[in-house]
Design a protein around this ligand. Structure first.
Ligand code: AMP
Length: 216
């Protein structure tokens, strides 16, 4: 029975390699250099499909992939329908933060009930966060380079992922609120888990054991 695992290129792929190795799976090619979207492995029955990070839950939801690895941010925005989420892999860790231009008095604006323009790739997370705080916001959906928005007057604040903080710093922005800790999770198609249990369970066990090392 073929097992298809959906992954995105970059940090998630690199940090998943040791987990795949623990499950005895070695990709036949590097997706960074190969242009292939379906990558075989040393296992005749296991293949990887390379998709955009935000598309991973969709491939798994509809069963085009049995397993996938996606950030908590992506899973919250997707909503998780049809997905079983058994494992936090503790990889690709970062924080979802609110950030503003240096000098913008965020606390003062919030205290005075100002209506804030917030640019983000994560409208659901942003909307829920500000609703919890009772802050009125207009959400402006962007697909990248959120850091630019406050600099050119598109938004008062951004909601974005922060890892080292270097991108904020380079663009004269400061984090003012921590919304969520983010890491990547393993997701499984609910029907596949039942139908392919014997194939999937050993992979889950190997990933669980190997990802325990990522926990501090
Ligand atoms: P940094 O400069 O290290 O704080 O990284 C911030 C930039 O990298 C922002 O543009 C983020 O959207 C992106 N980023 C940081 N961590 C992650 C992650 N785990 N997954 C996806 N994007 C990330």
């Amino acid at each position: 029975m073929t097992l298809t695992i959906a992954l995105s290129k970059g940090r998630i792929f690199e940090e998943t390699l040791p987990l795949l190795a623990a499950a005895g799976i070695t990709p036949a090619e590097d997706p960074e250099s190969s242009r292939k979207l379906i990558i075989g492995t040393n296992h005749p029955d296991v293949r990887l499909v390379i998709v955009r990070a935000s598309d991973v839950p969709t491939y798994v939801q509809y069963g085009a992939a049995d397993l996938g690895i996606a950030g908590r941010d992506v899973l919250i925005e997707h909503g998780g329908a049809g997905l079983y989420q058994p494992l936090d892999l503790n990889i690709a860790r970062c924080r979802m933060m609110v950030a503003v231009q240096n000098g913008f008095d965020y606390d003062e604006a919030v205290k005075h009930g100002a209506r804030l323009k917030v640019a983000t790739k994560y409208p659901k997370i942003a909307r829920e966060h500000f609703a919890r705080k009772g802050v009125h916001v207009d959400i402006i959906k962007l697909y990248g380079s959120m850091e630019l928005a406050p600099l050119v007057g598109l938004a008062d604040a951004i909601v974005d992922l922060v890892s080292t903080g270097n991108t904020l710093k380079a663009n004269h922005l400061s984090a003012v609120e921590h919304i969520l800790d983010i890491s990547s999770r393993l997701v499984v198609n609910q029907a596949a888990l039942k139908l392919k249990y014997a194939t999937i369970q050993p992979v889950l066990d190997a990933f669980a054991a190997a990802s325990a090392d990522n926990r501090e």
